[in-house]
Design a protein around this ligand. Structure first.
Ligand SMILES: Nc1ncnc2c1ncn2[C@@H]1O[C@H](COP(=O)(O)OP(=O)(O)OP(=O)(O)O)[C@@H](O)[C@H]1O
Ligand SMILES: [Mg+2]
Length: 291
């Protein structure tokens, strides 16, 4: 990463920390309600960031269906489970996707992450730490809701992007998610992305509604990351197992993803000194018994 990018990503005030070393921005993409477009956002944001020259890895942490590989048309042979059992090395389970992004298929092994022996934990940490110099951004696709599996990743990430659709239930569930995260896990900052809207005005309204109640009744702040329009090109691309940005680069939704990536790169990761690097993320993740 060049020095300017390094500065952009370092925490405020914008001064380089002498011992900060390389910094990987770890972001989880989550939602209260399921089916609001998280996985689609994860793969497109990842792809858009690779177009900016960033080195990106997706951690597919949805314990339900492993959707990232399906959306990308990849068929990973192994998952993190094989790493945990010692059958495979990290390099064996990583899959390369469009734009040179990496995918770490975790889903079926996510449950086990919370129940590792000390030895397994150390093994994994050592493996993951080799990724430090190879990445700029790590994007985690979580499941929906407030289960401990989801929280586990949200709490360990540097920043949490909450995806919400304009449906009332999605908005109330997003509120519930932020409430639990702030009360139970002391997470007081979120980014919000509104997906599947007809117009910018609709998205702005969702943001206003949510941020007004959340900032009033919960002690949190929300950064508005923007919106992604509803666009039928998404379904067409999904059917072909292609990233919509790659398959329909000029579709409205693809332009919105490019904007999102720009906005994302502009906003600084809210790294607190404890969350400084990706090693810390893995440590948090692996040493937490259960969130
Ligand atoms: N902007 C959009 N325009 C049109 N369709 C969309 C858009 N975003 C997502 N979709 C469609 O909505 C459905 C759900 O998307 P996706 O699988 O990304 O949601 P999710 O939040 O990851 O779901 P889950 O909670 O089950 O993991 C998919 O069929 C996808 O094609
Ligand atoms: Mg999903």
């Amino acid at each position: 990463m060049d020095q300017a990018a390094e500065l952009r990503l370092s925490k405020e005030p914008v001064t380089p920390m002498p011992d900060a070393g390389h910094r990987v921005r770890v972001v989880s993409i989550t939602s209260g309600k399921g089916g609001v477009g998280k996985t689609n956002i994860v793969v497109n944001l990842a792809y858009a960031l690779t177009l900016q020259g960033k080195r990106v890895m997706i951690l597919d942490a949805d314990v339900g269906l492993a959707n990232v590989d399906i959306l990308l048309g990849l068929t990973p042979k192994y998952t993190i489970q094989h790493l945990l059992s010692g059958e495979k090395r990290l390099s064996d389970i990583l899959v390369k996707g469009p734009g040179g992004m990496f995918v770490l298929p975790a889903s079926s092994g996510v449950q086990e992450l919370a129940e590792l022996t000390r030895e397994q934990r150390l093994q994994l940490l050592t493996a993951f730490e080799t990724l430090d110099e190879k990445l700029d951004v790590l994007i985690i696709d979580t499941g929906a809701g407030i289960s401990s599996n989801v929280m586990y990743f949200n709490v360990a990430a540097h920043e949490v992007i909450v995806v919400v659709s304009p449906e009332p239930t999605s908005i109330t569930d997003a509120y519930a998610l932020m409430k639990v995260m702030s009360l139970r896990y002391a997470e007081h900052h979120f980014s919000l992305l509104v997906n599947g809207v007809k117009s910018r005005e609709d998205a702005d309204e969702v943001f206003k509604k949510l941020s007004m109640v959340a900032e009033r009744f919960l002690n949190i702040s929300i950064t508005y990351l923007g919106h992604i329009p509803h666009d039928n090109h998404v379904k067409k691309a999904v059917r072909r197992q292609k990233i919509v940005m790659e398959y329909f680069p000029n579709a409205p939704v693809s332009m919105a993803f490019r904007e999102l990536a720009k906005e994302f790169s502009k906003t600084k990761a809210r790294l607190n000194s404890n969350h400084g690097n990706v090693k810390f993320f893995w440590r948090q993740l692996l040493e937490r018994k259960n969130a």
